[in-house]
Design a protein around this ligand. Structure first.
Ligand code: PLP
Length: 371
């Protein structure tokens, strides 16, 4: 029995004393927000770190998703995945867009490219895939479909900070990619988010929309929102960037320990990272199949009883929540793979300072060596 509870994640924080000089600078300049010096520096630093052309910081990932849809004036129907955090689809409802759920690939757990075309109607304007768990979508195939049908692609890249595919940052794919810097994510600014875009003109529109639609002191061109990241969060982000490579590397070690320990266990499937990518080890999802001696919920409870507070991400599916379940595409028969995975998945604890002996303990609990 462990005395202290182990949660699925623990926020990564820089040394407190290193943050003090940033705070002193804010206190002396009295610039607290409205795209001040830390905001600008952080945007620049992120572009360099992530290998992207333009980025616009936001107060959180959800407002960034809502604004990304407004930026491209998306309307009608948008094809998306039911296997995600609820904010993905909520961003569509906030824009009066009808979500059309398409099933996931049972191997990658990302939106299944083979099923997208059948869901396209004359009202479809865009696709909103998610790089689920930081595992890159099949970006080439999704782009091909989008090009064939004249659709926009907005990636919910909330899990995909720093993820690289064959041709560099995965965030360069699609028309826009949206990041979250929430406390629970690989890279955090307590709350925060961003939109990655390919050109200065689009960035300008995003920057206007996140500032009430102002283009200058007296002109407002759209019903924009207040989505600006404050100077405190931007300063924290600049500091967090210094430790991010080490943090991701530590996650990678834990990921490998889990894979080595769990892969031989009958009935347990470790979800693989996408081929030919550099991942970020944001989550460690396993699927508990019928060959395992316990049900998923049985194992979940056993872990809990031993102080391991794992999470059933993503269960229930977005399509099962009351505001979505009436949609034709929400029918379980339309989403067999997602429905199955939602019944099988458990995300295990993974964060940079998770002690290796805890990882071994979790592995042995799952290996049934401990009852
Ligand atoms: C965390 C998350 C969001 C929302 O981000 P916030 O910054 O918490 O608003 C959106 N989509 C996915 C897939 C997420 O995991």
């Amino acid at each position: 029995m462990t005395e202290n509870r182990i949660y699925v994640t623990q926020p990564h924080l820089p040394p407190l004393e290193e943050f003090i000089p940033y705070l002193e600078q804010i206190w002396s300049s009295k610039v607290l927000t409205n795209c001040g010096p830390f905001h600008q520096q952080f945007e620049q630093a992120l572009c360099e770190y992530l290998g992207v052309k333009h980025i616009s910081l936001f107060t959180n990932g959800t407002i960034a998703l809502v604004t990304a849809l407004q930026t491209l004036r998306i309307s009608g129907e948008v094809i998306t995945t039911p296997y995600s955090f609820v904010a993905t689809a909520h961003s569509l409802l906030w824009n009066s867009i009808k979500p059309v759920f398409v099933d996931i690939d049972p191997v990658t757990l990302n939106l299944d490219p083979d099923r997208i075309e059948a869901a396209i109607t004359p009202r479809t304007t865009a696709i909103m895939p998610v790089h689920c768990y930081g595992h890159a979508c099949d970006v080439e195939r999704i782009q091909k479909i989008a090009d064939n049908y004249g659709l926009k692609v907005i990636y919910d890249a909330a899990h995909a900070f720093g993820v690289q595919c064959q041709h560099g940052s995965v965030l360069r794919y699609g028309d826009l990619s949206v990041l979250s810097f929430h406390a629970t994510k690989v890279f955090n600014t307590f709350e925060g988010g961003a939109i990655v875009c390919p050109d200065a003109k689009t960035k300008k529109r995003i920057d206007q929309l996140k500032n009430f639609g102002f283009v200058n002191d007296t002109t407002v061109i759209a019903p924009g929102i207040n989505g600006k990241m404050s100077e405190i969060n931007a300063a924290l982000g600049l500091l967090q960037l210094k430790g991010i490579d080490a943090a991701i590397q530590k996650r990678g070690v834990i990921d490998q320990t889990y894979r080595d320990g769990l892969t031989p266990i009958k009935g347990i499937r470790c979800v693989p990272d996408a081929a030919e990518t550099v991942g970020n080890y944001a989550y460690f999802p396993i699927q508990v199949g019928p060959e395992y001696p316990m049900t998923r919920d049985g194992l979940f409870q056993k872990l809990h009883d031993h102080g391991i507070i794992a999470r059933r991400y993503f269960h229930p599916l977005i399509s099962e929540f009351p505001m979505y379940r009436g949609l034709p595409s929400s029918a379980a028969a339309n989403l067999p793979a997602a429905s199955k995975v939602a019944r099988e998945v458990i995300c295990l604890p993974i964060y940079p300072n998770l002690p290796p002996e805890q990882v071994e303990f979790i592995v042995s609990l799952i290996a049934n060596q401990i009852t």
